[in-house]
Design a protein around this ligand. Structure first.
Ligand code: ADP
Ligand code: MG
Length: 253
């Protein structure tokens, strides 16, 4: 049995007096695809952001490949060294709802940026790698274009290429299709599906329940400050056991 890529135990986050989640235990094995569902405000984004420490988690343990990252602190949130953060963000890639591309850089420049600044890859090599990643998402012909000239679906595919360029062990997607016109959702889900077929380890926050059912090896439903219900797609989406999950699914049919 291989070690989990990611293990959370007793993981929690509070903002001042607001406890967003606590006691989250989660093992993510290589190739797992975990869809995270939950009502607005249930803490889905905060959970993902705490996993790559865009938000500082408050308590618990965060392990990557069996290696503990961060230290508990009595004073408040956990503590992470710069070195830990830099390593963590290379190993855990993130794709955001709003793409977060740099408008003043070309598409290839966006994809190459992390390689140059974080990995110290030389400019020419970084651009070659960027074009190869753009090819994977079907956008090699847009390498020299600026993001403002792209559709939302194309922007999100660039953001995915940018995350892939860092060779992450695990990819986090926070509602990657929520900002898109309905007509553009399919092309982004298509790329995510392709990554699934390659056996990538992914956590995906989504309201696309039909997609989650086919995509995920496991579903987490967040409510009441934690993982309220979890299981296979069939268990959670077809036969939810707990009332808030049932209610949510009834509202999202
Ligand atoms: P979701 O993604 O499920 O809609 P979020 O993780 O964005 O939920 O938010 C969970 C809760 O945490 C909400 O009550 C939200 O207002 C609060 N929250 C999120 N980010 C912050 C922050 N930076 N400071 C204070 N409260 C926050
Ligand atoms: Mg959110």
């Amino acid at each position: 049995m291989s070690a989990p890529v990611l293990r959370l135990s007793g993981f929690g986050k509070q903002f001042g007096s607001l406890r967003v989640f606590s006691d989250v235990d989660l093992d993510v094995m290589p190739g797992d695809r975990i869809a995270i569902l939950g009502a607005s405000g249930s803490g889905k984004s905060t959970l993902l952001r705490c996993i790559n420490v865009l938000e500082t988690p408050s308590e618990g343990r965060l392990e990557l490949d069996g290696e503990l990252v961060g230290q508990p602190s009595r004073a408040g949130d956990m503590r992470f060294s710069e070195r830990e953060l830099c390593a963590l963000r290379q190993r855990v890639g993130m794709v955001f709802q709003q793409f977060n591309l740099f408008p003043h850089m070309t598409v290839a420049g966006n994809v190459a940026e992390g390689l140059k600044t974080v990995r110290s890859v030389k400019s020419q090599k970084a651009l070659e790698r960027a074009v190869a990643e753009l090819q994977r998402v079907g956008l090699a012909d847009k390498a020299d274009t600026y993001p403002s000239r792209l559709s939302g679906g194309q922007k999100q595919r660039v953001a995915i290429a940018r995350a892939l360029a860092m060779d992450p062990e695990i990819l986090l997607f926070d509602e990657p299709t929520s900002a898109l016109d309905p007509a553009l959702v399919g092309e982004v889900l298509g790329v995510i599906e392709q990554l699934a077929n390659e056996g990538r380890t992914m956590l995906l926050v989504t309201h696309e329940i039909g997609f989650a059912y086919h995509f995920a090896t496991r579903i987490l439903y967040l409510a009441e400050g934690g993982i309220y219900e979890s299981g296979t797609p069939d268990e959670v989406l077809k036969n939810p056991k707990r009332p808030l999950t049932q209610q949510f699914l009834a509202e999202h049919r």
